[in-house]
Design a protein. Structure first.
Length: 250
């Protein structure tokens, strides 16, 4: 359609790429892209189980980008109802467990995933996102239909062995985070509807459970095989030379 339906409901959030409205049925969202003058889509809930989506005709070409396409469906809003979280991370599988590299954009998540493929033979399942789900008391990383520029996106579920928060540095150092430290860092990389108190409360509850049951590490690293070895020795101390510990440097 050439123009999107007008909304007069209460505004919960307004920013350059998104306006969220409270409606009688739930939520409505005018969705845009930063730098563009007008929104290109409207997501509007009809009931708790149904929503309608309107697209501006001149925006159809932009839907080839997965974040633009998936944003139409408010997926994080649906998945929190299933006790699931969306984490910004590179998701690799190594020896039957998932290692999740998480950090702000341009910090090196995909780079570290590539290094583990090269030096440890791991498999990258998704280069940009993972769905985290607690299945029968075990946290799993699941495939997700957003992969960013990595173009790596596989539908695969794997028990999570560890979450690794990345930080660039000249020396390689891995340190196990306390649950409180881990919570703050993971919260910053979870897709959260900050305007929705119920959503935030549920996300906090799930993250608290995650950091209680899954080891979270801080890896300060460069781009080298030494960075892989440093983290490997921390995650698998029984296989590393010397005594096991909570931190490791190379």
């Amino acid at each position: 359609m050439h123009s999107l339906p007008a909304l007069v409901e209460k505004i919960l959030l307004r920013r350059p790429d998104l306006t969220v409205y409270q409606t009688a049925a739930g939520e409505a969202r005018l969705i845009g892209v930063k730098g563009q003058p007008a929104p290109h889509a409207l997501y509007r809930e009809v009931s708790g189980r149904e929503a309608e989506i309107f697209l501006a005709s001149d925006a159809l070409d932009s839907l080839r980008f997965d974040p633009v396409f998936t944003s139409l469906f408010a997926l994080e809003r649906q998945m929190i109802r299933k006790d699931s979280l969306i984490l910004h991370c590179a998701y690799i599988r190594y020896q039957g467990t998932a290692i999740l590299f998480s950090a702000p954009s341009e910090t090196g998540k995909s780079t570290q995933a590539d290094l583990w493929e090269t030096y440890r033979g791991s498999e990258t399942v998704n280069g940009d996102r993972a769905l985290l789900r607690n299945m029968d008391g075990v946290w799993h990383a699941c495939g997700w239909p957003v992969c960013g520029t990595s173009e790596i996106c596989h539908p695969s579920d794997t028990p999570i062995g560890s979450v690794v928060m990345l930080r660039q540095g000249k020396e390689n150092h891995a340190e196990r985070l306390s649950p409180m430290q881990a919570f703050a860092q993971i919260y910053s990389q979870i897709t959260i509807n900050q305007w929705n108190r119920e959503f935030v409360g549920k996300a906090v509850e799930l993250i608290e459970d995650l950091v209680t049951h899954v080891p979270v590490w801080q890896l300060t690293c460069d781009i080298s095989e030494a960075a892989v070895q440093c983290l490997y020795d921390a995650l698998f101390p029984a296989k590393a030379p010397g005594k096991a510990g909570t931190s490791h440097e190379i």
